[in-house]
Write a protein that binds this ligand. Structure first.
Ligand code: AMP
Length: 438
């Protein structure tokens, strides 16, 4: 199928050609015609599937076809993070570059007055994070009473980040009659109940199952002692000539420290996390996208949904507490059909976290021991005894306790469900391939 058959205007088809897209992705094929018909959508789609264009293109088309061109906010897209807001807003600007609509991107950490000035001049599309949008709504500097379409993007992440109450508050400002589109990678019950109250006979679209990973991500676990993780990372970056590596760290402090240590070793590294000012975050991301920075060490929240062209390498310096975050993390690479590698440096105390991830993936990730980094404390291959609570992220104060609990349970483990293959890594070229398809 080609983009020409989806019902999009010539101006939008021109933008699609300018972007170099030759054929629509699955979510685009399914969602574009339905959105053009004005239907509500409940879509199960992860980032990397082309979901932004799946809603931006038809919404621009609807705006273009409307008889009244008077500027008022007609489309609102809510996203969980500032980076995603920038990215989605930019996508609207790019896809709409042959049209005359104006997009405003509203998020915190930057001057609200500049945003107010722009809003006063007239805007058609708003892409916002919940907190800053609520500030504007409270100050009455944004008027959503004539909204025609509401898009809730990455709804499950909104839930994880505690935004559900803010979303419910925002919904009260929106007109009852409107088109609603909800995108989520997973559907925990809170999201299903939100969808139930928001959507009107939605078209249900599922392009990839909840626990599948990007088709082309080559995954591997490098077992290593905790104290040698940084050394191993630097070794791999240098020896395996990793360039443009996105490294995930569980904590902001850990991200900073690791970036500094890598710099000391002569590796061009930067950190991206929520404690940085917005201008620092924007610059760190832009430098990385422009390949001016070789290694970007990021926390999950800061890196959520970010799209970096042809990112070849993702590294989990720490495993995430929430197994679904592993899928989101590795989805940063191998986007839009490209190949990519996701390497996890895993120490013995992370055995339970790894087990939870493999259980979610329904397969074991191949282990590769790097010569010279053989762990003294072996990473167990068996299931831990206790049943993990997968969705709840432990509160900050109890994370230390969780860590020690997890290492304890790894020692008590008994059953063997995910028994991975152990292999000794001999040279650069034998990276194990573990492809998951949907
Ligand atoms: P998204 O899932 O919206 O974050 O998009 C992931 C990446 O896929 C972005 O870099 C898009 O520019 C790219 N993309 C979206 N649609 C297509 C398409 N039809 N063909 C090729 N790349 C695409």
């Amino acid at each position: 199928m080609s983009f020409n058959n989806l019902g999009l205007s010539e101006a939008l088809l021109k933008s699609v050609r300018e972007k170099g897209y030759t054929k629509p992705s699955d979510i685009q094929k399914e969602a574009i015609p339905e959105i053009l018909k004005g239907k509500d959508i409940l879509a199960g789609a992860q980032t990397g599937t082309g979901k932004t264009a799946a809603f931006a293109l038809p919404l621009l088309n609807i705006l273009q076809n409307a008889s009244s061109k008077r500027r008022r906010i007609r489309v609102l897209v809510l996203v969980p993070t500032r980076e995603l807001a920038s990215q989605v807003g930019e996508s609207f600007r790019e896809y709409g570059s042959n049209l005359r609509f104006k997009t405003s991107i509203l998020y915190g950490g930057v001057s609200i007055n500049t945003q107010i000035d722009k809003l006063r001049k007239g805007i058609d599309i708003v892409v916002a994070t919940p907190g800053r949008l609520l500030d504007h709504l409270n100050q009455k500097t944004v008027n959503l009473s004539e909204l025609e379409t509401f898009v809730l993007d990455e709804a499950d992440r909104m839930l994880d980040m505690g935004f559900i109450r803010d979303i419910k508050k925002i919904l009260k400002y929106l007109p009852e009659e409107k088109q609603n589109l909800l995108f989520s990678a997973t559907f925990p019950k809170e999201i299903l109940s939100l969808a139930d109250s928001l959507l009107n006979s939605p078209k249900r679209i599922q392009v990839r199952s909840n626990n599948s990973t990007a088709d082309k991500v080559i995954q591997a676990v490098y077992p290593v002692d905790k104290s040698r993780k940084r050394e191993l990372l630097a070794h791999c970056i240098k020896e395996e000539r990793w360039f443009q590596v996105l490294v995930f760290s569980r904590t902001k402090h850990g991200a900073n420290k690791l970036a500094q240590q890598l710099k000391k070793e002569g590796i061009n590294a930067d950190a991206l996390h929520g404690n940085k000012s917005q201008s620092q975050r924007t610059r760190a991301l832009q430098d990385f996208k422009d390949a001016k920075t070789q290694v970007l060490v990021a926390t999950d929240i800061a890196a959520r949904g970010i799209d970096i062209n042809l990112l070849p390498q993702v590294v989990n310096f720490d495993l995430p507490y929430v197994p679904e975050d592993y899928i989101h993390r590795i989805g940063r690479t191998a986007r839009a059909g490209q190949e990519g590698k996701a390497i996890s440096l895993v120490s013995a105390d992370e055995h339970k976290l790894l087990f939870d991830i493999e259980k979610l993936l329904k397969s074991a990730i191949p282990r590769e021991i790097i010569d010279g980094f053989e762990p003294e404390q072996n990473l167990k291959t068996e299931a831990p005894k206790s049943r993990p609570n997968r969705r709840k992220r432990p509160p900050r104060s109890s994370r230390k306790a969780q860590k020690s609990r997890s290492s304890k349970s790894s020692e008590q483990s008994n059953t063997s469900k995910a028994r991975p293959s152990w292999r000794k890594k001999r040279n650069k070229s034998n990276t194990a391939k573990n492809r998951h398809s949907s």
